[in-house]
Design a protein around this ligand. Structure first.
Ligand code: GDP
Length: 506
């Protein structure tokens, strides 16, 4: 049989908090008494009378404003109308500073065994700004009074993202909370509702606009594990979490693109020109290098060694390497050259695979294309000047139609500028390097890539509605990696502390 839970709303407070948009009013003794009678009557007319109940929760408002007698009448009625389990959890919400020791003892003797109150923050200035009637001292006092009155199940709330709240302030809040050792903690992000005094203060510039990013960061970074282990009600849907994390991944992609460009700007890139003999590699090399550095002859296999030149391509420092002809050969010297060309291809940041556009694609071309598939490469169809004017890539020569490439003529220089831009784009992901990000440290790039992988995992977990522990663990891992990049220290001790004290569930 399923057990029912009862929620009883007590809609009045001594004063109204500046952020509150609940249906609640100010406490007036007579009205409270009328309300209690109405609740008792309502319980009597419940359609679920007789149901087995294992949880009773008095929420508000400030239910602790009820007198013990009023609470007694409501509970007595509940016991008459429902089958209340003897081990039921009976909670009363309260405000620090509004309860006395005698009242708490009385509540306890009526069977109330759990208390929940809004500490919200341990900073008195922040409490005052929120319009809270209590101070930090009241929070401590109430907590200790609850313990003294025999409450061994106490929960309280903190609100993150208060106007002007800092990370340090949030961390202090957690440390204070942990020091009290409550059985349960809840964290909420401040929501500014229009029509509340807080919204009005912010609009008029009397209080700063709450920093949502900081609040999210605070709750994830400083309390990630804690929230996962405490009984935390998620305030956003998993699909929304997945969407937000995915947009972060896109941001990382952009950063990494810039970062790779940054590394290439600093260290330079190696671009290897490859192709079978006589397709025009050396001629193209000279075009790109702007000098007759490589030997160009019509005899196949004349480039016997690697020729390299440091050249500037659209602002990018490129070591351009011309390789020996790509073909099986029996000439010892040339064989050595072929071996080196293979090595050069291995270390290349980018391969420029040259084909002869005036001929059909040969077996050697096919081999080279197959071997370089999946590598960063640009296919170049050279000798385009030999084609009839107007013929496009893929029109002449069997096999070209399936290739994407840049058509050039090393002889006339046609298309070479397009090739330069294609090289920069392929290497850096950008047309221009002027606004490239400054991250160029290889270790930082690796950390960013790892953080990105963590975010992808977190967004997948969120999309699959996986338990929060999984999502938070990945978010924290990403955070830790970013911390390493910026040199911040992670608060391992704090997390350790949290893990020691809390167990999953209530
Ligand atoms: P490699 O063996 O691949 O380095 O080829 P080379 O650069 O030595 O050139 C081989 C032959 O093709 C030479 O006679 C070049 O003049 C010629 N050649 C290279 N590029 C072009 C081009 O774009 N158009 C024409 N018509 N001939 C070219």
């Amino acid at each position: 049989m399923t057990l029912a839970g009862l929620y009883i709303h007590i809609p009045f407070c001594r004063s109204r908090c500046s952020y509150c948009d609940f249906a609640t009013g100010l406490y007036q003794g007579e009205l409270a008494e009328t309300y209690v009678r109405a609740v008792v009557q309502e319980i009597g007319s419940s359609q679920n009378a007789g149901a087995r109940v294992d949880t009773i929760y008095f929420g508000g408002g400030t239910p602790s404003l009820l007198t013990p007698d009023q609470l007694d009448r409501i509970l007595a009625k509940v016991h008459r109308e429902f089958d209340v389990d003897s081990s039921s959890e009976i909670t009363v919400e309260m405000n620090p500073g509004t309860v006395t020791h005698d009242q708490l003892r009385a509540f306890r003797s009526l069977g109330v065994n759990r208390a929940s109150f809004g500490a919200q923050t341990f900073d008195d200035a922040e409490l005052a700004k929120l319009g809270r009637s209590h101070t930090t001292a009241d929070t401590f006092k109430t907590f200790h009074e609850l313990r003294a009155a025999g409450f061994d199940n106490v929960s309280f709330d903190l609100i993150a993202g208060l106007p002007g709240q800092t990370l340090e302030g949030w961390q202090r809040n957690i440390e204070h909370s942990l020091a009290l050792q409550p059985e349960h903690l809840s964290f909420y992000l401040l929501e500014v509702h229009s029509g509340t005094p807080l919204a009005d203060h912010i609009r008029r510039g009397l209080q700063p606009v709450p920093d949502e990013d900081l609040a999210a960061f605070a709750t994830v970074r400083k309390t990630g594990s804690l929230t996962a282990r405490a009984h935390f009600a998620p305030r956003i849907e998993p699909s929304e979490a997945a969407r937000r994390i995915t947009s972060l991944v896109a941001w990382f992609d952009d950063l990494l693109t810039g970062a790779r460009a940054g590394r290439l700007i600093r260290e330079g890139a190696t671009v290897v020109v490859a192709g079978r003999p006589n397709v025009g590699k050396s001629s193209l090399f000279n075009r790109l290098a702007g000098a007759d550095r490589a030997i160009v002859t019509p005899v196949a296999g004349t480039t016997r060694d690697l020729v390299s030149e440091r050249v500037d391509i659209e602002g990018l420092a490129v070591t351009l390497v011309d390789t020996a002809g790509w073909r099986e050969t029996h000439d010892v010297v040339e064989r050595e050259g072929v071996a080196r060309s293979k090595q050069a291809r291995e270390v290349a940041d980018l391969l420029v695979v040259v084909l002869d556009r005036s001929e059909s694609i040969r077996t050697e071309d096919e081999e080279l294309l197959a071997q370089t598939t999946g590598r960063p490469r640009i296919v170049v169809a050279n000798k385009s000047d030999l084609l009839d004017a107007g013929a496009g890539f893929g029109d002449v020569g069997a096999g070209f139609s399936r290739l994407e490439g840049v058509e050039v003529s090393a002889k006339t220089g046609a298309g070479v500028d397009d090739l330069r831009r294609a090289i920069v784009r392929e290497l850096t992901g950008r047309e221009s390097l002027r606004d490239a990000a400054a991250i160029s440290n290889t270790r930082h790039i690796t950390l960013l890539e790892q953080a990105r992988a963590n975010l992808v995992a977190a967004s997948e977990s969120a999309a699959a509605s996986a338990p929060e522990e999984f999502i938070l663990a990945d978010l924290q891992a990403a955070r830790a990696r970013l911390d390493e990049v910026v040199g911040a220290r992670t608060s391992d001790d704090l997390l350790q502390h949290i893990f020691e004290r809390f167990c999953i569930g209530k």
